[in-house]
Write a protein of this length. Structure first.
Length: 405
């Protein structure tokens, strides 16, 4: 554990950066002074940037595993990690790289966030962790809680993917499958009655955990070490925490004098909802929408948050909306290169393709892929029928696949 290495100094309101709060306790319901009944403004973590050792970003500097390498620019990592981070940057086309977050311990980007939120729970002496999730977040939170020796309660859906259910069972999480509308009121009540630390949103528009998105900054750090600063980053987007974290990481690199620019950070949402795109069009800090059906369940959200608006505004990025057809095409394109991703994870590549077709995007791009194809609903449920092993049957199948025999 690397608690003493952190240069975190305080929490700062995104609603009004002039407003600051002590680093502890972590604010899990946003900024109390700027938030209103209709809009909750998140907080971020501030650091003593003038004390950062420049060797931190030297690729030749010996480093610790996982997020521990970046401990000075993260909240105190009060709980042990699982070797999260250092995921590969895979070339998938001319000037296009894929940041494959499925290589994290629980197969998703959420491990970076939960390393920080679980550290916060340990830091305040919470008796456990509670989350609302039927996907990557719940699986990851349960893993990091188990690693820290804490119980974890997951408010989930009965339709969660089989892989996620298997993760939760393995880690011994208490899983409560309840209707979606009941999850957040129940989570607030569990927090009030048990003292468990919330690692999910509890506010009217999304604030989430003040420490969590800091873990996502490390994606930008790793991209910088491996490939410098791209022209654009395309990010699968639900609540906008990942979007914000990637932007903040590049913004910190510029602040530290390691680069003179920040890439455009583009959000990639399902067209059936898109609260961030709606807020940007309307000039609002955040909003709610009615989300229609999509198979990209992991990024289908009715509520947005101000973090995403900040990331788009400060980077000059676009709020892109994508339908399931575009997502499936991108998923198939990646599978054709040996990379199997969850449908939601293909949104980054789908966004790049859409922008190229609509505006002729040129330049270097990084597409973030958030999780494994095993996390899609229905995976593994298809029956497998035994094949007649006679050569005539095998030959017919091979020829049907275009294989010369």
């Amino acid at each position: 554990m690397t608690t003493g290495d952190s240069l975190a100094t305080a929490q700062r309101s995104l609603g009004d950066p002039a407003i600051g709060y002590p680093l502890w306790p972590p604010l899990t319901t946003g900024c109390p002074r700027t938030s209103t009944p209709g809009t909750a403004y998140p907080v971020e973590v501030d650091y003593a940037y003038d004390r950062v050792d420049p060797r931190l970003f030297d690729a030749a500097t010996p480093s610790r595993p996982g997020l521990d390498r970046w401990a000075p620019l993260l909240p105190p990592l009060s709980s042990p990690g699982l070797g999260e981070g250092r995921t590969p940057l895979v070339p998938i086309g001319p000037d296009v790289l894929l940041k494959d977050e499925s290589r994290n311990p629980t197969w998703s980007h959420k491990d970076r966030l939960n390393r920080c939120t679980t550290g916060a729970a340990v830091g305040v002496g919470a008796p456990g962790v509670v989350v609302s999730s039927s996907g990557n977040h719940g699986a990851s939170a349960a893993a990091y809680a188990a690693r820290a020796g804490l119980p974890c309660v997951v408010l989930a859906s009965a339709t969660m993917p089989g892989a996620v259910a298997a993760f939760l069972r393995s880690y011994g999480a208490v899983v409560l499958p309840v209707p979606e509308a009941d999850r957040w009121p129940l989570m607030r009540r569990i927090v009030e009655r048990t003292g468990f630390h919330p690692a999910s949103n509890t506010t009217v528009t999304h604030t989430g955990h003040g420490f969590g998105p800091e873990g996502y900054k490390t994606i930008a750090y790793e991209v910088f070490l491996d490939a410098g600063v791209p022209d654009a980053v395309f990010v699968p987007t639900g609540y906008g925490e990942l979007l914000f974290g990637v932007w903040k990481g590049f913004a910190e690199l510029r602040r530290l004098g390691l680069t003179d620019r920040v890439p455009r950070i583009h959000s990639c949402e399902p067209a059936t909802g898109g609260p961030l795109a709606t807020a940007v069009r309307a000039g609002l800090p955040a909003t709610r929408v009615e989300a229609g059906p999509t198979d990209a369940y992991a990024i289908s959200c009715e509520v947005g948050g101000y973090r995403g608006v900040v990331a788009l505004r400060e980077s000059g990025g676009r709020a892109l909306l994508l339908d399931d057809r575009q997502l499936r095409a991108a998923q198939a394109e990646l599978a054709g290169q040996g990379i199997w991703v969850e449908l939601s994870s293909a949104a980054g590549l789908a966004g790049l393709t859409a922008l190229r077709e609509s505006e002729g995007f040129e330049g270097t791009a990084v597409c973030i892929s958030t999780s494994s194809g095993f996390k899609d609903r229905g995976v593994g449920e298809e029956p497998v029928t035994a094949l007649d092993p006679s050569w005539s049957t095998v030959e017919t199948r091979l020829k049907a696949a275009g294989i010369s025999v």
